[in-house]
Design a protein around this ligand. Structure first.
Ligand SMILES: *Cc1c(COP(=O)(O)O)cnc(C)c1O
Length: 393
C-alpha cells in the first residue's frame, strides 16, 4: 500500500486534477517542474536557509511534563506555533514563493478564508518583493479585520469576492479566474494540502520538514525516531501531512487526524468531513466532501476558522479509507476546554485549530510508556477574542 501520490496524481482513488480546460497550461507547467525544481541544490539551499533564519526552524520538540502527568502518558509538542507569523503555514508559502521565482513568475495570487493563509502569502511576497493579490470573500473581510490590515501592511492588495455566499469558496473561484487570465506571469499559492495535482503533493513536501525534524529530535530525547502516535488537527490537511510524512510507511507509528465536529457531528453545524463526507470533486481534486444528496457542497461550521472547510485533502481521504489514520471528531466545547487546559498546564496558548488536537486525551486512553507527538500547529493570539467571549474572561 502506498500513501504517497502516484505519477497520475492520485492517492488510491482520490486526487487527480479536475480543472477547467483553460487552466491546463498553468497546472501542467507546475506539474512538469515542481519535483525538478525542489531537487535543485540551489533551491534546497535557499529553502533551508530561509526556514532556519527567517521562519526560525527547527522548531522545538517540547516534552509537556504537566500535561503528560495529567494524562499519564508521554506527550511531546512540536512547536509550529513558534514559526514566524505563528503557524506552520509559512513553511509552505516560503517553498511556493521560491518555486514561483524559479518558474520566472512576477506576480502571486492566493485565496484566503480566515486570513491566515493570506497573511502567510503576503509575508513571503514582501520577503522577495513580489506583487501579491489576495482574494477574500466580502463577508470574511469584515469578520477578519486584523488579518486584512496585516496583509495591507505587508503590501498586498486584498480583493473582495462579491459573488455567492461571499466567503472562501467564492474567493477561490475569483482566484482561479484571475489565474486563467494571467497564466504566464502569475503563480497561485494554495495554502493547504488540497487542490489539483500537484498541489497536495507539493504542499505536503514543503511541510514534511516537520516530521523530518521530529525524527531527529525524538532520537535525541527518546533514543528512537518513531513515536507511538502522531496527532494533528485537519482542515485541508497540511500540518497533519507534514507531521505524518516520514511516518507514513512506518506501521508501528499510529496516525491520528482530528476534525472539527462543531456543535456536534449530526447537528448540521460541523466540519467532520471524514464521517459526513462523500466522494466528490472540490477545488480540482476528487476527495471526501460534505454535500447534499444532489451534490451541492454543504456549508461547514466550526468555531475555528482554519478547520471550517467542507472537504479534506486527497491524501487524508486515502488515509481514512485505508484506515492508515484514525479520524476523531472534536466539538467546539471540547476544543475550547483543551485550549484553556494547555494554557494553564504549560503556559502555551494554542490556536483553536490546534486545541482540537489537544482535546483527544479526554476520551482516548494511552499507555504510560506511549510517546505521543502533537502537532502544535499554531498560536492562539489570533483567537484571543474568541477565547475571551467563550470563557467570559
Ligand atoms: C490553517 C490552520 C490549520 C488548518 O490547516 P491544515 O492545512 O489542515 O493544517 C490548523 N492549524 C492552524 C494553526 C492553522 O492556522
Amino acid at each position: 500500500m502506498s500513501y504517497h501520490v502516484n505519477e497520475k496524481g492520485y492517492y488510491g482513488q482520490f486526487g487527480g486534477a479536475f480543472i477547467p480546460e483553460m487552466l491546463y497550461p498553468n497546472i501542467e507547467e507546475l506539474r512538469q517542474n515542481y519535483l525538478k525544481v525542489m531537487a535543485e541544490p540551489d533551491f534546497k539551499k535557499e529553502f533551508g536557509q530561509l526556514l532556519k533564519n527567517y521562519v526560525g526552524r527547527p522548531t522545538p520538540l517540547y516534552f509537556a511534563k504537566r500535561l503528560s502527568e495529567k494524562y499519564n502518558t508521554k506527550i511531546y509538542l512540536k512547536r509550529e506555533d513558534l514559526c514566524h507569523t505563528g503557524a506552520h503555514k509559512i513553511n509552505n508559502t516560503i517553498g511556493q514563493i521560491l518555486m514561483a521565482k524559479r518558474l520566472k513568475k512576477t506576480r502571486v495570487i492566493a485565496e484566503t478564508g480566515a486570513g491566515q493563509h493570506g497573511v502567510a502569502t503576503a509575508t513571503v511576497c514582501a520577503l522577495v518583493g513580489m506583487e501579491c493579490v489576495v482574494y477574500m470573500g466580502e463577508v470574511d473581510i469584515s469578520r477578519q479585520a486584523p488579518n486584512v490590515a496585516r496583509m495591507k501592511m505587508l503590501g498586498a492588495e486584498v480583493r473582495p469576492a462579491l459573488s455567492g455566499s461571499r466567503t472562501l469558496k467564492d474567493a477561490t473561484n475569483e482566484a482561479i479566474r484571475d489565474w486563467i487570465n494571467n497564466p504566464v506571469n502569475t503563480h497561485y499559492i494554495i495554502g493547504s494540502a488540497v487542490g489539483p495535482h500537484p498541489y497536495p503533493d507539493m504542499v505536503t513536501r514543503f511541510q514534511s520538514v516537520v516530521s523530518k525534524e521530529i525524527r531527529l529530535q525524538l532520537k535525541e530525547v527518546e533514543g528512537k525516531e518513531n513515536p507511538d502516535y502522531v496527532v494533528a488537527c485537519v482542515g485541508g490537511g497540511s500540518n497533519a501531512a507534514g507531521a505524518y510524512y516520514y511516518y507514513l510507511n512506518e506501521p508501528d507509528v499510529k496516525l491520528i487526524a482530528v476534525e472539527a465536529a462543531g456543535k456536534g457531528i449530526y447537528t448540521g453545524e460541523s466540519a467532520a468531513t471524514s464521517v459526513l463526507g462523500k466522494e466528490g470533486v472540490i477545488h480540482g481534486s476528487k476527495t471526501l466532501l460534505m454535500q447534499t444528496t444532489d451534490g451541492q457542497i454543504t456549508e461547514p461550521y466550526s468555531i475555528s476558522a482554519g478547520l471550517d472547510y467542507p472537504g479534506v485533502g486527497p491524501m487524508h481521504a486515502h488515509l481514512y479509507k485505508t484506515k492508515r489514520a484514525e479520524f476523531i471528531s472534536v466539538t467546539d466545547d471540547e476544543a475550547m476546554k483543551a485550549g484553556l487546559e494547555l494554557s494553564q498546564l504549560e503556559g502555551i496558548i494554542p490556536a483553536i485549530e490546534t486545541s482540537h488536537a489537544l482535546a483527544i486525551f479526554k476520551d482516548k486512553k494511552f499507555k504510560p510508556e506511549d510517546v505521543v507527538i502533537i502537532s502544535l500547529s499554531g498560536r492562539g493570539d489570533k483567537d484571543l477574542n474568541t477565547y475571551i467571549d467563550y470563557f467570559k474572561l
